[in-house]
Design a protein around this ligand. Structure first.
Ligand SMILES: [Zn+2]
Length: 307
């Protein structure tokens, strides 16, 4: 807590002196537009849409849990020195909200997932809270991509045509990916389309592609799971004869192992169907380090385990 307060104070001091960031208007962007994105899903889209006109830095790497992630001093520097800041919003970056809000008051910043019409979001129960894991529905993620294009065109109107062209290419690729995913999923018997994972990251995925989704933890990993949840899931697995559950690259395996053990005690054998990328993508430079590669990996892993 203390550290977080200190970082927030540093940002404010930094912004007040305006020595940390670039000048706020009449920019020429000689080095290209400096963009800082929180998650790698956003960074992937930003790089492809921005092309040679932007330089993208992302804060959260492979295996990083965005719900629990706190900005380091290095991150604070990357946020304050950026020309444009892109983040997910909908409370995905739960521990960085204060910092992101303050940055947003000082420079061009956008919560890209919040560009999705509210009517398409899945309510998270309390008040006006929504499930933030929107990137697993390609049709919804396209709203975020359009928002990124808009932000870049606003910052560099002279390159708007390029951004538009790049965004179209990126969206065409994702639409093909969406089509391919639906064909693959058709190979899984309908009654086997149940996805059990460590936390509730796949509700949009389930809604879009026809899976019943059960997460052991809630929408944020910032909550403990209880024995009750384990028992409920064990019973569901036995009742529906579900053969596999999945671990996530950014969440500890401990919780999902408890489900596997619990099922075993009840005489129902469940295996770990593989690791899914949920809130984080793979290593940069690997296939899974791109949005398309991550999505493809998940579809292949799910269909292999459940069909
Ligand atoms: Zn999550």
């Amino acid at each position: 807590m203390k550290k977080r307060g200190l970082i927030a104070a540093l940002i404010l001091a930094c912004l007040a002196l305006s020595g940390c960031g670039s000048e706020s208007s009449g920019k020429s962007f000689d080095q290209g537009l400096q963009v800082t994105a929180t998650t790698s899903q956003i960074a992937d889209a930003a790089e492809k849409i921005g092309g040679t006109h932007v330089k993208v830095t992302s804060l959260m790497g492979p295996g990083v849990d965005p719900h629990l992630y706190k900005a380091s001093q290095g991150d604070t520097r990357k946020l304050t020195s950026a020309d444009v800041v892109l983040y997910s919003g909908l409370h995905l970056e739960g521990k960085m909200e204060d910092i992101l809000r303050k940055i947003g008051e000082q420079k061009q910043a956008a919560a890209v997932a919040e560009a999705i019409p509210k009517s398409k979001l899945i309510s998270a129960g309390k008040g006006k809270m929504y499930d933030p894991h929107v990137w697993f529905s390609i049709p919804l993620w396209i709203y975020a991509i359009d928002e990124i294009e808009e932000q870049f065109s606003k910052a560099m109107p002279e390159h708007a045509d390029d951004f538009k062209k790049n965004a179209k290419e990126y969206k065409d690729n994702l639409q093909n990916l969406d089509k391919w995913a639906r064909q693959e999923i058709a190979n899984i018997p309908e009654k086997s389309r149940v996805l059990v994972t460590a936390h509730d990251a796949f509700a949009y995925f389930g809604k879009e592609y026809g899976f019943k989704v059960e997460g052991l933890q809630g929408l944020s990993t910032d909550s403990d799971y209880g024995l009750r949840d384990v028992q409920d899931l064990v019973e569901l697995l036995a009742e529906k004869q579900i053969k596999a559950v999945f671990v996530e690259s950014s969440v500890s395996e401990k919780s999902i192992n408890a489900v596997v053990e619990g099922a075993k005690e009840k005489g129902h054998s469940v295996s770990i169907g593989g690791q899914l990328y949920s809130d984080a993508m793979g290593e940069k430079g690997t296939k899974e380090g791109t949005y398309e590669g991550m999505f493809r990996h998940n579809i292949n892993t799910i269909t292999e385990a459940l069909k």
